[in-house]
Design a protein around this ligand. Structure first.
Ligand code: ADP
Length: 237
């Protein structure tokens, strides 16, 4: 995965001017789609992501329903125009993987036992991608679920940390992801202090892993504060 030859840190600053502990600029909004029960739009650096949530509603096909709980279904999709070279439309290995880990990141906070034989459907559409879309997608999906009024025991906030030029850095952007050494996306249910996603791409030493994990958790907490502010804003008069 590592491509050589690009200097990612110069005079302590990253290519976009950030320090090692800085997030990209993040904007969040909920209630952006009329048709969905809940929705959210997140801009995270150059990522632009729309999430829609429906449910709890009747399950189709019926044979996947569970008699004692709701199921959570996630579809992560990248628009063909979301990346520099056109992305072939439709599911691929990567989007199937991200849909699966996103579902697993969100499901633990949903009070599924309250709604047997139903489904909570979540759609994540990546309109523009620049690394870290799974984290931004999980963050947007949790907002859309809250907007839909899905009973949840907690929110889920997500953020990654990685390694560039041998240093651990928060929230890698596209070039850093391409030319960096490692990436560690994390999702956190902050009140339960439960990590619901932990993936690793590339290589860390044990000490670097621990540093990256702490940094990513710190990023999740910052994202969580923004999520709360975004939800409150909708109800302010
Ligand atoms: P994440 O978006 O969660 O970091 P990856 O590490 O798999 O997931 O992807 C990193 C980045 O690579 C994406 O955010 C996107 O900018 C880019 N990318 C992913 N798939 C494609 C593709 N098919 N064509 C071009 N760029 C892509």
């Amino acid at each position: 995965m590592k491509k050589e030859g690009v200097k990612l840190i110069e005079n302590g600053k990253r290519l976009d001017g950030r320090g090692l502990d800085e997030l990209r600029p993040i904007k969040m909004e909920i209630g952006v789609l009329k048709r969905a029960d809940g929705s959210a739009y997140v801009e995270w650096g150059e990522n632009k992501i729309m999430a829609a949530c429906y449910g709890p509603r009747e399950v189709h096909p019926r044979h996947v329903e569970e008699p004692d709980r709701a199921i959570v279904r996630v579809r992560y999709n990248m628009a063909p125009f979301s990346v520099p070279d056109r992305k072939r439309p439709g599911p691929d290995r990567r989007s199937v993987e991200i849909s699966k880990v996103t579902k697993e990141a969100l499901e633990p906070v949903v009070l599924t036992h309250l709604f047997p034989r139903t489904v909570v459907d979540i759609f994540i559409e990546v309109l523009q991608a620049n690394a870290g879309t799974r984290c931004a997608g999980i963050t947007a999906a949790a907002l859309a679920m809250a907007d839909a009024g899905i009973p949840m025991r907690d929110l889920v906030a997500s953020c990654a940390a990685g390694k560039i030029d041998g240093k651990v850095a928060l929230d890698l952007m596209g070039l850093e992801d391409n030319y960096g050494e490692a990436d560690l996306p994390v999702a956190l249910a902050p009140n339960k202090k439960q990590v619901t996603l932990l993936q690793m791409d590339g290589n860390f030493t044990r000490a670097e892993f621990e540093e990256a994990f702490e940094k990513a958790l710190g990023g999740c907490l910052k994202v969580y504060e923004m999520q709360k502010k975004t939800i409150r804003k909708k109800y302010e008069v």
